[in-house]
Design a protein around this ligand. Structure first.
Ligand SMILES: [Zn+2]
Length: 121
């Protein structure tokens, strides 16, 4: 495990987390992930620490409202959020990580058909 740093574009939101140096990420085809081309790296809640930005994070929900999409109030970037698929983890956007871990495998998740897809994980 190694320590990594991530955050939004303007720097108001920043965090650190522990991760393996080679990781599997998810790409999801649902409406919001597709719009971002979001690269999901799942990190346990206890392995991620918010450094700053607690008061700069706004959240957006839609549909079942189980996911909490956090974004920076200043620059609008979603650098991590609470996904519906992994209630005990955050999803870090690999694109928002400095010197990110190497991608071992990209797993395509069919988020459009969430209820069926989550059964197959
Ligand atoms: Zn920002």
């Amino acid at each position: 495990m190694k320590e990594y740093y991530g955050g939004c574009h303007c720097g108001a939101v920043s965090f650190k987390f522990q991760s393996n140096e080679r990781v599997d990420i998810w790409k999801c085809n649902c409406s919001i992930c597709n719009a971002y081309d979001y690269e999901h790296l799942f990190i346990k809640h206890e392995d991620l620490t918010l450094i700053n930005g607690d008061d700069q994070i706004s959240s957006y929900t839609f549909g079942t409202k189980n996911a909490k999409h956090f974004f920076c109030k200043l620059c609008g970037i979603k650098s991590f959020y609470q996904p519906r698929s992994h209630p005990d983890m955050y999803s870090v956007n690999l694109r928002c990580v400095k010197s990110p871990p190497k991608i071992e495998k990209v797993i395509d998740f069919d988020g459009i058909n969430f209820e069926d897809s989550i059964q197959k994980i």
